[in-house]
Design a protein around this ligand. Structure first.
Ligand code: MN
Length: 480
């Protein structure tokens, strides 16, 4: 990509002066001038590619400049003070956030990996753009992984699949999460990947007809209502099909992989109107309806989900959402960052929405050992979440395996600290029982009651763990 193409794309959504961006481009090209990538390409091509991904996300100028410069401090001899003088505090801090700590300082590779993640999470808690740059960097590295040795490919794919993809999911950047997963899958299980790809392509070709039938059925009923809408079919995520096969122990042919369709409209009211229309044309599958508009997922995701039966008997999974919800589901946090800059009207509720992320990162920072950190991090990133209700109907989402103690701390740290028991669906439960999605959980508290050391082996969330440790430490009761 040429500098001019980058600038042109940037100017499509921003009117900021681009002098600094142009300077970052030249500076990075000069700094990496003698370096080559494993592919034999000049190293700078990687920096440009990362910047291009960030422009596609419509990120702000500082983020794109930091994307161009992201490897300068780690891989070239440019001194830190020169860099911060040239580009200022903001860009310097972003680049520092994605720069690794020297590996020499650690006794093992696992420890180095955990510490580097911890450092990045710390930087991200201060500025969310750090993680967006890191994800763009990883995406380009995954796209060009074929030039590395088999051993490196496996190592990097494994890290991508266990940490980066779930993190992208957690941040709601769905689009990036799917590509990271499918690329990792390709390297980790090359044979399965190839065979699944061929089968999926055949199935999707056959489904074109079904999709057309569905569209025209919907059009016929929606035409007169004048509800604005567009119907799009869902992109396939090979890895999620593979995971389903593994989980259910079934071959591809036996996997219920329904045709996925999205209907996108303008307002929330029209989402429900469309739902009504769809259910009046096609028979809904009982129990398939979920309202993620009224109860959004933790990663800000919103949509109505339902499944209906096509006249041919095939199940069609439908997601109904507004354009804004659609943007959030593709770009997640990255989409919201943009609004904060006031370029398309500020999102008043942004801070509230992002609060969980900051909180989570603060809790993570509090965990003492690298091992404990990486374990909590992984658990909290679990893709599957369960929804637990208070007796009053408030809902909290928690990772699979969460206990009443996790739920108590999710309500409030005071409730967690004073928790002595729980009633789940009106029956007494033990504090280490696993909660199930849909459970109604009432926490029983007693004043002057206190957290116990063995709770640390029971809880699943970083939030609960952090509060328990804090209490025990402050009362001199923490045993390590
Ligand atoms: Mn890089």
């Amino acid at each position: 990509m040429e500098l001019n193409d980058l600038l042109k794309k940037f100017r499509e959504y921003s009117s900021e002066d681009t002098t600094k961006l142009e300077y970052a481009w030249q500076f990075s090209r000069d700094a990496h001038t003698d370096q080559k990538r494993a592919s034999g390409e000049v190293y700078f091509s990687h920096c440009e590619a990362v910047a291009e991904i960030l422009v596609d996300f419509k990120m702000d100028l500082e983020t794109i400049a930091a994307g161009l410069l992201h490897d300068v401090l780690e891989d070239t001899t440019v001194p830190r003070d020169t860099f911060s003088k040239e580009f200022g505090e903001e860009i310097y801090t972003l680049v520092m956030g994605v720069t690794k700590i020297e590996t020499l300082k650690f006794s093992s590779r696992d420890e180095a990996q955990a510490e580097n993640w911890r450092k990045m999470i710390l930087a991200t808690a201060k500025d969310i753009r750090v993680i967006v740059i890191k994800l763009a960097d990883r995406l380009h590295n995954m796209r060009t992984l074929n030039f590395l040795t088999r051993e490196k490919q496996l190592e990097i794919s494994h890290e991508t699949l266990s940490l980066y993809a779930p993190l992208a999911q957690r941040l709601g950047i769905f689009h990036l999460k799917s590509e990271l997963e499918d690329l990792s899958f390709k390297y980790l299980h090359p044979d399965e990947y190839r065979s699944l790809l061929a089968k999926v392509q055949v199935r999707f070709a056959m489904r074109e007809k079904l999709l057309e039938e569905f569209k025209s059925g919907v059009e016929k009923h929606l035409g007169p209502t004048q509800i604005p809408h567009r119907v799009v079919s869902r992109a396939k995520n090979l890895y999620s099909i593979y995971r389903k096969m593994e989980k259910q122990g079934l071959p591809f042919e036996d996997i219920q992989d329904a045709l996925g369709i999205r209907i996108i409209t303008d307002t929330v009211i029209n989402c429900y109107a469309l739902l009504g229309t769809v259910h009046s044309i096609f028979k809904p599958v009982i129990g398939s309806f979920t309202d993620y508009i009224a109860v959004p997922k933790m990663n800000l995701y919103q949509s109505l989900h339902t499944s209906v039966m096509a006249p041919s008997g095939e199940i069609i999974e439908i997601q109904i959402r507004t354009e804004e919800m659609h943007r959030t589901s593709e770009y997640g946090i990255a989409a919201h960052w943009r609004y904060k800059l006031g370029e398309q009207g500020a999102d008043r509720h942004l801070d509230e929405k992002l609060n969980w992320l900051r909180q989570w990162m603060e809790w993570l920072q509090d965990l003492s050992s690298p091992r404990e950190f990486i374990e909590s991090f992984k658990t909290d990133l679990e893709l599957d979440q369960i929804f637990i209700f208070t007796p009053k109907g408030d809902v909290k989402s928690l990772p699979v395996g969460a206990t009443p103690i996790d739920f108590a701390y999710a309500i409030h740290s005071g409730v967690g600290d004073a928790c002595i028991g729980a009633r789940v669906n009106n029956k007494m439960a033990r504090l280490n029982d696993e909660l199930k999605s849909g459970d109604i959980c009432e926490i029983i508290t007693r004043r002057n009651s206190a957290p116990k050391n063995d709770w640390l082996t029971i809880v699943k969330t970083a939030g609960a763990r952090s509060h328990i440790r804090k209490y025990l430490r402050e009362h001199g009761k923490l045993q390590d």
